[in-house]
Design a protein around this ligand. Structure first.
Ligand SMILES: Cc1cc2nc3c(=O)[nH]c(=O)nc-3n(C[C@H](O)[C@H](O)[C@H](O)COP(=O)(O)OP(=O)(O)OC[C@H]3O[C@@H](n4cnc5c(N)ncnc54)[C@H](O)[C@@H]3O)c2cc1C
Ligand code: FES
Length: 259
């Protein structure tokens, strides 16, 4: 299979966050919200592919957007990509978010780089009410506000230091939102501690949710076992593969580190 795709646009969104728009009929025609792609970083230094969520799909333009933070060697190499370059991309991979057309009121809660896979949920979901709650470290870390505004009916932003939006964590926004109005479904992605606290809050109110897990990956296809995470299985527990069984799981299935 030809995995080489052309980059239509490459843009720096903030000091360390980059967007790459990739032309791919193969991926855009079959991808759904919450799935990811596994990218071969340019050059020989980085051997393993790097998993990045699909942030946005334009099915008519046959493109997908990925948005990523520079963390190490692989993402630094990706940040040098320019329009017209090509990338070797495997995907779409994994299990994405569940979109139930009967849900009329949905909420997405994202923290930091965890906001990216949530945009396509808002784009694809037919719900009448779509609330987006986004948390960032500070004002300079806030990205994609216009896009989330466009596809939600209500957007609230929190920053840890209060330099933009409401001061506090996204969990505080969630607590407020669910005390005023009960969503039919909540979609969550962010740091593990944030997801754990969101799941706990929602469990108390018996509101269903899905979380997108981030785990270091090797093969990205269920063959190497690098990406194992603990999940409930009846009254027992088991290991699941984030790459194949996830990255999206029902919130009540995940056994978080502190449990
Ligand atoms: C399903 C999935 C979807 C993802 N989607 C996005 C996305 O949309 N945008 C984005 O910015 N990032 C995303 N990530 C994280 C991204 O894959 C890592 O940041 C990237 O692989 C780091 O590669 P590197 O070579 O730059 O850094 P490395 O040199 O490999 O590592 C640098 C630092 O990042 C940490 N790290 C590396 N990989 C991971 C990981 N998978 N989880 C947690 N910590 C890690 C390392 O422990 C180290 O501290 C996703 C990860 C997964 C598993
Ligand atoms: S990354 Fe290899 S099994 Fe998941």
């Amino acid at each position: 299979m030809n995995l080489i795709e052309r980059v239509r646009k490459a843009e720096r969104l903030s000091s360390d966050i980059y967007l790459i728009r990739i032309e791919s009929e193969r991926i855009s025609s079959s991808a759904s919200a919450g799935q990811f792609v596994n990218i071969k970083c340019p050059g020989p230094e980085v051997y393993l592919r790097r998993p990045i969520s699909i942030c946005s799909i334009d099915r008519s333009e046959k493109t997908i957007d990925i948005v990523f933070q520079v963390r190490g060697k692989g993402t630094r190499l990706l940040s040098d990509i320019k329009a017209g370059d090509t990338l070797d991309i495997l995907g779409p991979l994994g299990r994405g978010f569940t979109i139930c057309p009967e849900h009329k009121n949905i909420l997405v809660a994202g923290g930091g780089i965890g906001i990216f896979p949530l945009l396509q949920v808002l784009k694809d979901h037919p719900a009448e009410r779509k609330t987006a709650l986004l948390g960032f470290r500070n004002k300079s870390a806030v990205v994609m506000e216009d896009e989330f505004n466009k596809y939600s009916t209500d957007l609230k932003i929190a920053t840890d230091d209060g330099s933009y939006g409401i001061q506090g964590f996204v969990t505080a926004l969630l607590q407020n939102a669910i005390s005023e109005d009960r969503p039919d479904m909540v979609y969550i992605c962010g740091p593990a501690i944030m997801m754990e606290q969101c799941v706990k809050l929602l469990k108390e109110k018996d509101i269903p949710c899905e979380v997108s897990m981030e785990q270091r990956m090797g093969c990205g296809m269920g063959a190497c076992l690098v990406c194992a995470c603990k999940t409930r299985s009846g009254s027992d527990w088991d290991y699941s593969h984030v790459c194949k069984d996830g990255p999206v799981f029902s919130g009540d299935r995940i056994i978080f580190e502190s449990e």
